[in-house]
Ligand binder design. Sequence first.
Ligand code: DX5
Ligand code: ZN
Length: 229
Amino acid sequence: MTFSRQIKIAPSILSADFANFGAECRAIEAQGADWVHVDVMDGHFVPNITFGPATCAAIRPHIKGVMDVHLMITPVDAYIEAFAKAGADVISAHIEAGPHIHRTLQAIRNTGKKAGLAINPGTGIDAVAHLLDMVDLICVMTVNPGFGGQKFIHSQVDKVRSLRKMIGDRPIHIEIDGGVTVETAPLVVAAGADVLVAGSAVFKGGSVDNPAPYGINIAAIRAAAEAAA
Ligand code: DX5
Ligand code: ZN
C-alpha cells in the first residue's frame, strides 16, 4: 500500500446483503470501490453485533483491493492477531476502547498491518497528538458508531480541518465514517479527508443482481469529493 492522498471510496458492507457478503464485495469492487470497509461490532462497545474474524477470512478471497477493518469492540488487543490472520490490510481500533491505545497500535503494527485509530464524535484530536508516529490512518466518526444510515454530524468537519493541520505532511490517511453522501463528501474533503466510507449512500437502490446503482452511487460521491479536493 503506497501512500497517496488521492480520494478513495470505501463502501461499508454493514449496508450490504448479509446473506451474500462475498458476492457483494465482488460487486462493489467491480463498480469502482477502492477499499472495502468492514464494520466489526461486538454489542458491547457499540449497541449492535455484526461479525468477527471468521467472516473477514471468508470474504478476503472476494476482495482484490484493501480490506479496511473497523473494530468497534472492547477489549480489542486479544483479537488483533485473528483479524490480521483473516487478511485485513488496515486494522482500526477505537481510542475509546480501552486505557492502552498506544499498546494496541503497537500490537497492530507488529502484525505487519496498517494501524488505524478511530475517534468518536465526542473525542477531541488532542487525544491523538502523541500517537501520530503510531498510525497510518485516523478514522473520524461522523456518526455515533453502531449503525448505518444515520445523519452526518456536521460539527466534525472542523475537527477534520484541525486534524489535517496537525498531521502536516505525515503519510497518515484521514478517513471519514458515517453519513457520507454526495452532499457531505465535499465538506470533509475540503477539510482534508482522503478516504470516504459510505454504506447506505453506496448500496441504496442496488443489489448483487442489480449492481449498477452501486457504480452510479460511487461515481457520484467520487465526483462530488474530487470537485472539492
Ligand atoms: C457505523 C460504521 C459505519 C457505517 C457507515 O458504526 O462504522 O462504517 O457503516 O454507514 P453509512 O454510510 O450508512 O452512515
Ligand atoms: Zn465503520
